[in-house]
Design a protein around this ligand. Sequence first.
Ligand SMILES: NC(=O)c1ccc[n+]([C@@H]2O[C@H](COP(=O)([O-])OP(=O)(O)OC[C@H]3O[C@@H](n4cnc5c(N)ncnc54)[C@H](O)[C@@H]3O)[C@@H](O)[C@H]2O)c1
Length: 296
Amino acid sequence: MEAVTVVGAGVIGLSWARLFGEAGWEVRISDPRPDLADVVDRELAGVPVTLAVDLASAADGTDFVQESGPERIEIKEQMFATLAAHTRDDVVLASSSSSLLPSDIAAGNPADHRIVIGHPFNPPELMPLVEVVPGPATSASTVDRAVEVYRKLDKLPIRLKKEIPGFVGNRLQKVFNEQATYLVQQGVIDVTDLDDLVRASLGLRWATVGPFQSGALGGGPAGFRHLTEHVASQMTFEIGRPDPSRMGEVFEAVEEAYGLGQSAYEKLAALRDGRTRAVLEPLGWPPPPSADDQET
Ligand SMILES: NC(=O)c1ccc[n+]([C@@H]2O[C@H](COP(=O)([O-])OP(=O)(O)OC[C@H]3O[C@@H](n4cnc5c(N)ncnc54)[C@H](O)[C@@H]3O)[C@@H](O)[C@H]2O)c1
């Protein structure tokens, strides 16, 4: 049985741990949080998991690392230095980072060729995508191995051709979320109506066809070129930016709409997970095995 070291038992690490565990991996989880044993008992019941406060012992003898610790470059640098020193030279060290460059995480690390971003969308156990982002020092075999592991977990790994802050998913999300915040701050729409608007339009559309595919359809038989030159050419307005000093009112509106704290979180997560599970299979996830997977 292959072993994975999951670094960090927060929102993302716990979900990776369930995913790897359910796929038959031996899971080692490392986190200095004092309530680690309680959290693991509650969140990972039935998963074959061993706990380690000490990262070096969790890494020793492992076959793959999925780091999901705090999104702070100085902490990641330190964690990857320990991981490099306590893993074999064929072990991929993948970071779930949402936006940090792999070249920054790997700077000065003797195992820089083994470091790669494996960025999931939350929750990794349900969302198909993992963005695989190499830095300039990442070896081709590291990228290949990361892709192979994520495919075997029934994920859709997409390799970026080169690193860029925020990768692709979060650059798109940043633009979109900033505009949503701007519209709420401007009093154009409230939080729940904006969410319903997106679920009933762009969310549903983008779950079935991507934005370029949708553009190809939006222009009719004349395609994306026609849509761009005809309808889109009239959208010359400035879109504005949210006011950072007025974020408090947006936080309050979101908290009033959806609540705050453990029980509100569990209720919302159950709603999201139920809906996500219901649409995954009809939408074709997980994808059928590729020819490569069938050979192995
Ligand atoms: N939350 C998201 O939606 C999301 C999505 C994709 C990727 N990510 C990325 O995943 C990573 C984790 O994010 P999260 O939302 O799970 O954060 P989180 O705050 O929920 O969890 C981070 C965990 O790391 C632990 N930790 C702190 N120092 C540590 C150390 N030295 N060694 C091991 N663990 C340590 C903390 O105790 C905490 O349990 C980040 O890099 C983030 O950018 C987050």
